[in-house]
Design a protein around this ligand. Structure first.
Ligand code: ADP
Ligand code: MG
Length: 416
């Protein structure tokens, strides 16, 4: 059996593993059901790709998005590794041939959506394949508590029946306790090996700016860094409005939301990935699996939905390890909104103070260059310890914001 590090060097030309990768790979090779909880950019793909290359046979990868599948298949093919994706729009006879290739053609990876798995022909053929591993990528799609719930993900256990002796690896960047529990349950994990990594991103600075003219502030930030950026906005209409505004200021921008056609999505995304457009203005429909290394800033025009989704979205900045910024813009009406929500959730002043104290020690706020950084934020431990739901934790982040960060950002107003 070839050693994983040799495969890493030969195919990827990397000289060492990222944190947890090697332990996860060994767990998979030992035949354990494995749960890999790594932050966005943590290198989850290699955690199933390398074991699949070490062993004989084919790895079945469940993936939620065609764009993700195509991207990974392309990358594998570029390395001379045989991989295919069953995307939509293939005819029955094409499907028939492709599946035959997975049985007789030495293919190493078969990517498919959970919906495709429901097809009888697909199931019949999978039964005949020499499967070495089942990988469930973006596994949080299985849970209603996650932001990307996909009903068909609930039927993935079917693969267990088709290939009873094969172990499963689930991969996600979501560390929400409810999500973890759902994944474990839905995938019939009895004693999974769980690998979890802190969501601490040393090169990412998280900032909150109080700014009533948000567009003006965005323009300034983008001019200063002149680098690839994502701006998250609350609704579809705003994606167009803000990208047009940026265009009028000679900053190249494109947009993305769930209502665009697949062609439009692809076109806009490609323009941004290739840096023909500096800025992607998008709703939260944008981002799952995006692997663009050089994103310098992720800006939230509106307050993010929850801490959980915030860390996922902000985490798309700085994947190459360079210093990067995650900025939340808030104005007076956001503050009012937060205050109202907060007061309705936590009615007792004494309790508020208590929570605030805990948070301060938990987050270890540090000052410097007009930024505050949240160190070692581990959402899972945090929620477990203090019994918070994400909404509550989100509000408490903003308490933090009201008490210390607003004054901080006033003090350093012109730094970003
Ligand atoms: P995730 O799925 O966890 O978000 P990916 O699998 O897309 O992350 O990997 C993110 C990036 O890290 C990719 O560009 C990948 O090539 C790179 N990467 C993965 N493993 C390593 C490694 N051991 N050394 C250097 N780069 C790596
Ligand atoms: Mg991934």
């Amino acid at each position: 059996m070839e050693h994983p590090i040799n495969i890493l060097e030969r195919y990827w030309k990397f000289s060492s593993f990222k944190p947890n990768q090697e332990a996860i790979i060994h767990s998979v090779l030992d035949g354990e059901d494995t749960f890999a909880l790594l932050p966005t950019g943590g290198g989850k793909s290699l955690c199933f790709q390398i074991p699949a290359l070490v062993k004989e046979g084919i790895c079945i990868v469940i993936s939620p998005l065609i764009a993700l599948m195509k991207d990974q298949v392309q990358q594998l093919n570029n390395k001379g590794i045989k991989a295919m994706a069953l995307t939509s729009g293939i005819s029955y006879s094409e499907l028939d041939t492709l599946l035959d290739n997975c049985i007789y053609g030495n293919y190493k990876f078969l990517y498919l959506s959970p919906e495709r798995l429901q097809q009888e022909l697909v199931q019949d053929r999978i039964r005949l394949m020499n499967v070495n591993l089942i990988a469930v990528d973006e596994a949080h799609c299985i849970s209603q508590w996650g932001s990307d719930f996909r009903p068909a993900y609930k039927n993935i256990t079917l693969l267990r029946q088709l290939q009873p002796s094969v172990n499963v690896i689930a991969l996600t960047a979501s560390a929400k306790p409810e999500v973890i529990e759902d994944i474990t349950k839905e995938l019939d994990f009895i004693k999974p090996k769980i690998f979890k990594q802190s969501f601490f991103r040393p090169n990412l600075a998280y900032m909150v700016y109080h700014e009533n003219d948000k567009y003006y502030r965005i323009e300034n930030i983008l001019r200063k860094y002149k680098a690839s950026s994502i701006i998250y906005v609350r609704n579809r209409k705003l994606t167009l409005e803000l990208s047009s505004f940026l265009y009028s200021k000679n900053i190249t921008a494109t947009h993305y939301h769930g209502g665009l056609s697949n062609d439009e999505k692809n076109e806009n995304m490609t323009a941004w990935i290739n840096n023909q457009k500096q800025v992607m203005v998008a709703t939260n429909a944008f981002g799952m699996g995006i692997d663009k290394p050089d994103v310098k800033t992720v800006i939230h025009l509106n307050l993010p939905e929850s801490i959980e989704s915030y860390f996922q979205e902000a985490g798309r900045a700085g994947r190459n390890g360079d210093k990067a910024f995650a900025v939340i813009l808030k104005n007076n009406s956001d503050s009012v909104l937060v205050k109202n929500q907060f007061l309705s959730v936590l009615p007792k002043v004494g309790f508020v103070k208590q929570v605030y104290r805990k948070l301060c020690s938990y987050f270890q706020i540090s000052y410097g260059e007009g930024e505050y950084t949240i160190h070692n934020f581990d959402f899972n431990t945090f929620c477990k310890t203090y019994n918070f739901s994400s909404i509550l934790a989100y509000n408490t982040l903003l308490i933090l914001d009201r008490n210390s960060v607003i004054s901080l950002s006033k003090q350093f107003k012109n730094k970003v």
